[in-house]
Design a protein around this ligand. Structure first.
Ligand code: IPD
Length: 274
């Protein structure tokens, strides 16, 4: 931009939602086309925390697209594809959320793309390359699945609730997570460990799960899915009045939230990494 150029107008949440959706679908096509034949897989934080060449190539594709379309924006990518920016917009990218599922050929993984303005997530999209399902939302605009507005959900008591969760890649934390979960199990309906936090949150938004909690999530795991869930009317929180964080990310439909969060508090679900 030369000094004579007028500053570009700030993007609207609608613009960012449209772009997030297009990027998530485009990146999902990159993942789908790559497939898993001859896949190069390596480990990150622990031997069970996997990354593949497809994760890296897909993040590169997203970063290159954003460099063309919104060169002044910052980026935070799971695989290190970050950059600083000057526009106040930051993109939070997970090229494959659910990499272990991807490697195993379990069709529960997704590309997650979110846009923040001044640190607040204002738009996001989550696309499953296998099913093609696209979840998307913008702040104040509702959560959607393939253009259909989300918000209807069954109302069940905690004793029948199906709760999504996930476990750490660190074996010691995992054993404490299981110790906190064990006493909860008889008091809820069942648990699901689907393996992709972004989809857990979108499934909650769509009424496919009744509640969700996890410790140790990174921003790229929850940025887009968390917005889809809140825009579909779910409550997202930490425990003891704290905001959701790496310590604990908990979410539920409004009818279940109070009893669910109280159960998590009673079992110290947010202390497993202390
Ligand atoms: C992981 C998945 C998993 C969750 C982990 C995440 P990744 O993301 O979302 O469900 O339990 O906390 O790290 O490593 O597949 O991108």
């Amino acid at each position: 931009m030369s000094t004579a150029d007028p500053p570009s107008p700030p993007p609207t949440p609608e613009d960012l939602e449209r772009l997030a959706a297009g990027l998530a679908q485009g990146a999902a096509a990159v993942v789908r086309d790559a497939g898993i034949e001859g896949l190069a897989v390596s480990a990150k934080s622990t031997a069970t925390d996997l990354v593949t060449q497809v994760d890296r190539d897909t993040e590169r594709w997203l970063v290159d697209e954003l460099a063309l379309r919104r060169p002044e924006d910052a980026i935070l990518g799971e695989e290190g594809g970050g950059r600083t920016g000057t526009s106040g917009v930051r993109w939070v990218l997970d090229p494959i959320d659910g990499t272990v599922n991807f490697v195993l050929g379990i069709p529960v993984y997704a590309v997650s793309v979110a846009a923040e303005i001044d640190g607040v997530v204002v738009a996001g999209a989550v696309c499953n390359p296998v099913s093609g399902e696209l979840f998307h939302a913008r702040l104040g605009g509702g959560g959607h699945l393939d253009g259909r507005r989300l918000g209807e959900r069954r109302e069940v008591p905690l004793s029948r609730a199906v709760v999504g969760t996930g476990f750490s890649y660190d074996a010691e934390v995992r054993s404490r997570q299981v110790a906190a979960l064990a006493p909860m199990l008889p008091r809820i309906g069942d648990v699901r460990r689907l393996g992709a936090a972004s989809l857990d949150l979108c499934f909650l938004a769509a009424g496919r799960l009744d509640a969700y909690f996890e410790t140790g999530l990174n921003p790229w795991d929850h940025a887009a899915g968390g917005l889809v869930a809140t825009e579909a009317g779910c409550l997202v929180s930490g425990l003891h009045g704290r905001p959701p964080s790496e310590r604990l990310y908990a979410a539920a439909g409004p009818a279940l939230a109070e009893s669910f969060f109280a159960l998590l508090e009673s079992e110290g679900a947010d202390s497993v990494r202390d």
